[in-house]
Design a protein around this ligand. Sequence first.
Ligand code: ADP
Ligand code: MG
Length: 371
Amino acid sequence: MASVSLRNICKSYGDIPITRGIDLEIEDGEFVVFVGPSGCGKSTLLRLIAGLEDITRGDLLIDGQRVNDKPPMERSVGMVFQSYALYPHMSVAQNMAFGLTLAKVGKAEIRRKVEEVSRILQLDALLERKPKDLSGGQRQRVAIGRTLVREPKVFLFDEPLSNLDAALRVQMRIEISRLHQRLQATMIYVTHDQVEAMTMADKIVVLNAGRIAQVGPPLELYHYPCDRFVAGFIGSPQMNFLPVRALRASAATVEVELPGGSSLCLPVDGSAVQAGDPLTLGIRPEHFVDAAQADFAFHGEIAVAERLGDHNLLYLSLEGVESLVNLRSDANGRVAVGQVYAAGLMANKCHLFRADGQACARHYREPALHG
Ligand code: ADP
Ligand code: MG
């Protein structure tokens, strides 16, 4: 097992910078998830750690040793790709053994490792099958097994579940989490899937255009996003953003003018805010409450109502707000398109962003994090 340190890691293709000064400490045994929009450099970063690409500038350390110049085989990293490309003419056992055969490991040793790993991955009954006779999830497990037999210190996963259907994704997600608990190995996992990131990670790294936007435990990013980008990226459905204006600001609170003209006082740090500043109010769909218990209620017309069985998702059109406001409501409420709906806001659940996108730090201490 191993720690991984990235010190000012930069990668350019020609003169186009892709990865711009990444500093990150990954601890021994940690499960770290990289998320970010397509093209932000997630795969590039993983390939730099694996040694499949040269690092343009900066230092990469595995277990305290600088490995920039070491070939992939000498880094003790194992990578599982999105397209797992098993050899079709080889059995499951042969596919899993292939890397070890190349590395000239003895036959008895190979058999022992393949048996052990196939037990962990519940592939022991399938060892003689060819890939074409396996389900998607079983193939994915063989791809993981192929990496596992090599006993890497660090596992790298690049969107390994994105080719699977929804039900299988959930099942494999749980299997990989359990595998991590059992092996206690360092794992770095790339995904663009919200739920995978939230549920699997000890620590999420949100990437934006080759830079780290924020690093932290999933709930910290969910409750205290440092900027509008992270706020919009973490959480599903996405946070609503409404244009507001600062009326008064101090280190303790910011009073804003809401669309429609009412004012609301938010417990956030307004040290960098001046009266008159245009700001963005952020509110998650799941944080709207019953209007009777709220600090403030918006009244809007229901434009779309999605009934999902256990809850409803409503899309309200509000005066003075361009985009529809999305909120989660009780499944038992009677809702119809065209009906006027009162959406209650709690000031301590609101987020506030300055014009440059930076968040005004929330003072409210979330029970889920602070007990
Ligand atoms: P992600 O995995 O986050 O979707 P990638 O790391 O694959 O993103 O790519 C990041 C950026 O680097 C993209 O703009 C992509 O076009 C560019 N890129 C990736 N590989 C190369 C390459 N070999 N040559 C030039 N540009 C590349
Ligand atoms: Mg990618």
